[in-house]
Design a protein around this ligand. Structure first.
Ligand code: RIB
Length: 263
């Protein structure tokens, strides 16, 4: 039986400048190209999941502005159910300023806007309406308040769904929240942040860029190599991994296969 993916996370408008290298603090780098994309880690994850064939619903918030309306249309056109994407009257849609260098590496600064105003009660109400069940996957991100991500994991777990926490960004997460996830999906930097805060997840898929990923279940480590590619832009690579992982699990694949598919 096919389950659903419910992504609880962020939506941003991405304003992207591609330059030969990332500027140092105080430096101006000239000669870049500009592009505007739909983004937000949650939005990217939902699109990846829907494109891979899993019925996908999104829980999140945008502003009542042009960016928010465009984001809703974009998600809808990808087949994502946006009935639980709130349009908040008092907060703007999130914006991400992104720099990408010639090697495809990036740095990102986010103005959270409506994502930061998504309350735990909003998440609970939306999940009550979506009614996750066994076989579904609830994927919570951390570009929304920690308490809201925690609410998603709590409700998902209580309903018997598989819960995934993408700890991006990882700052501010606590042991109790992380422990409600069946699987935690940090990159190496996010894992270092969690460990430095004394948070030690036992079930992890750690993404390692060109080096693939490691599935760590308790003490067992499985290394998953990446395909060799010429990276042109790594923005959203981790989001795609998360969306693909959630979709594969919802479509019935066992964890190790789903992890390989995601990588
Ligand atoms: O992971 C990439 C995403 O991070 C971008 O789409 C941007 O919106 C930020 O949220």
């Amino acid at each position: 039986m096919t389950g659903r993916v419910i992504v609880v996370g962020s939506v941003n408008v991405d304003l992207v400048v591609t330059a030969h290298r990332l500027p140092a603090p105080g430096e101006t780098v000239i000669g870049g190209r500009f592009a505007q994309h739909h983004g937000g880690k949650g939005g990217n994850q939902a699109v990846a999941s829907a494109r891979l064939g899993a019925p996908t619903s999104f829980v999140g918030a945008v502003g009542s502005d042009d960016f928010g309306r465009a984001a809703r249309e974009a998600l809808e056109s990808e087949g994502v159910d946006v009935a639980e994407l709130r349009a908040l009257p008092d907060a703007p849609t999130g914006v991400a300023l992104i720099l990408v260098d010639a090697r495809g590496e990036n740095s990102i600064a986010v103005a959270s806007g409506a994502n930061g105003a998504l309350a735990p009660s909003d998440v609970k109400e939306s999940l009550r309406r979506l009614a996750p069940t066994h076989g579904d996957v609830v994927l919570a991100g951390h570009e929304i308040p920690t308490e809201s991500a925690a609410a998603a994991l709590r409700v998902g777990r209580a309903a018997g769904a598989t819960t995934i926490l993408n700890p991006a960004p990882a700052g501010g997460l606590d042991e109790a929240t992380v422990a409600m996830a069946d699987l935690v999906t940090p990159n190496e930097g996010e894992l270092a942040t969690l460990l430095a805060a004394g948070v030690r997840p036992q079930r992890l898929l750690v993404s390692r860029g060109a080096d693939g990923a490691e599935l760590r279940i308790d003490d067992a480590v499985t290394r998953i190599p990446a395909l060799e590619v010429d990276a042109v832009d790594t923005v959203g690579a981790g989001d795609t991994l998360n969306g693909a992982l959630a979709a594969a699990l919802a479509l019935g694949q066992p964890l190790d296969q789903a992890a390989r598919r995601a990588v």
